[in-house]
Design a protein. Structure first.
Length: 244
């Protein structure tokens, strides 16, 4: 395969990966607390690549080296639901899931049939004692900015809101984070706000512009691959004429 076709094929592959990330971001634009996934581009140079005869520089191909999560805070909007909580600033809610303890920014909670404060998927929200936060349905709840919960004027516990250093958590699904091996939660500096939820940090206008740009780049690379194929075809035909 000629260098034009190879470069075009590599470029199309990276654009397809970018398109998959962008599509997932757009699918979660209404998911509370969702953080957008983005890509970090780099250049790949094979050990077997030969240097350009004119410049002496080895050929390189574009690749997506890794994905990263944009941790920028989404907009906080008022819901007036006393069981909706948002974290203004740094922090994650601790949640007990069937897979173990996970962490989330989505504070859209409710009281389940067992009296546990829980997420939409029925995972129990944990207090600082490591146990599910117990609440009585129908009794007024108040939450202070440090996560202290009172119900009917009596203390009910304190929400476990923690933080991690950069690179110590990985995304799991759309809303959860799982710490890497050896990572330890730290005290969070953010404030817990009652009656509010954090929106996804995916910006629809920016995503629409990126979508158009990626599609146009993909089309140009397709045309480049077609040109490479035509050049190969012409070269083969010309060689055939000479040999004949």
């Amino acid at each position: 395969m000629d260098s034009i076709s190879v470069s075009a094929a590599s470029g199309m592959r990276t654009r397809m990966e970018s398109l998959e990330l962008l599509a997932n971001n757009l699918a979660n634009i209404e998911t509370g607390g969702y953080k957008a996934d983005r890509e970090f581009y780099s250049l790949y140079s094979s050990l077997d690549s030969s240097p350009d005869p004119q410049t002496g520089v080895g050929s390189t191909l574009p690749v997506i080296q890794r994905h990263w999560t944009d941790a920028a805070q989404g907009e906080l909007h008022v819901t007036s639901n006393p069981l909706d909580f948002a974290i203004d600033g740094d922090g994650l809610f601790a949640v007990q899931t069937p897979r173990g303890i996970r962490y989330t920014r989505n504070g859209n909670f409710r009281v389940d049939s067992n009296g546990n404060l829980s997420t939409l998927d029925k995972s129990a929200v944990l207090g600082t004692d490591g146990l599910p936060m117990k609440l009585e349905a129908g009794v007024p709840v108040e939450v202070q900015t440090d996560g202290t919960v009172t119900q009917g004027g009596l203390p009910a516990g304190k929400l476990q809101v923690v933080s991690f250093r950069d690179g110590e958590v990985n995304k799991e699904g759309a809303n959860y984070y799982v710490p890497v091996s050896g990572a330890r939660p730290l005290a969070a500096k953010g404030s817990v706000l009652q009656g509010k939820l954090e929106s996804s940090n995916v910006a629809a206008p920016e995503s629409a512009v990126r979508l158009v740009a990626i599609m146009r780049q993909f089309e140009m690379l397709q045309r480049a691959a077609g040109i490479g194929n035509e050049m190969n075809k012409s070269a083969i035909e010309e060689v055939g004429k000479v040999v004949g």
